[in-house]
Design a protein. Structure first.
Length: 149
């Protein structure tokens, strides 16, 4: 008899205070855990303008052409030290919200990985889903209980 594994993809970023400005995010519940990956941080125009000025890079054009020139010359911003993407794993709890059935219990990450390209971030996220889907629920509960004490 095989064990039932619950995996739920959720439509919102699972962590990172500026996640609303990220173009890449994956947020998955698996076996009592949240696997959250974010990246491609694209801050507000005013912030990008300050960044370009601080780097002494002249970005030309207006609107979409300014954005395209910025992307060509600077690209997405790091979301942390030397990384454009990151995956974190958190313990999960049921959510009171109607959209996502689970949210992070707290934001003390159990695992963390940083990446600099979308392919690696996608693969890393899926590797964590696989890893946590293979954890027996009883073992997972025991680990969660030990970690919370």
């Amino acid at each position: 008899m095989s064990k039932k594994i619950e995996i739920i993809s959720m439509p919102h970023p699972g962590h990172f205070i500026c996640a609303n400005d990220c173009k890449f995010f994956m947020n998955t519940y698996v076996n009592g855990y949240i696997v959250s990956t974010v990246g491609e941080y694209w801050p507000d125009y005013r912030i990008r303008k300050i960044i370009a000025e601080s780097k002494k890079i002249e970005v030309i054009g207006e609107g979409d052409s300014w954005n395209a020139d910025y992307m060509k010359k600077i690209g997405f911003e790091d979301i942390g030290y030397n990384r454009k993407y990151e995956t974190m794993v958190f313990r999960a709890k049921k959510s009171e919200e109607s959209c996502c059935p689970y949210i992070a219990l707290n934001f003390s990450d159990l695992e963390f990985y940083g990446y600099n390209d979308a392919g690696a971030a996608f693969a890393g996220h899926n590797n964590m889903i696989k890893k946590y889907s293979e954890i027996d629920k009883k073992i997972a509960k025991t680990l969660r209980d030990k970690l919370s004490n």
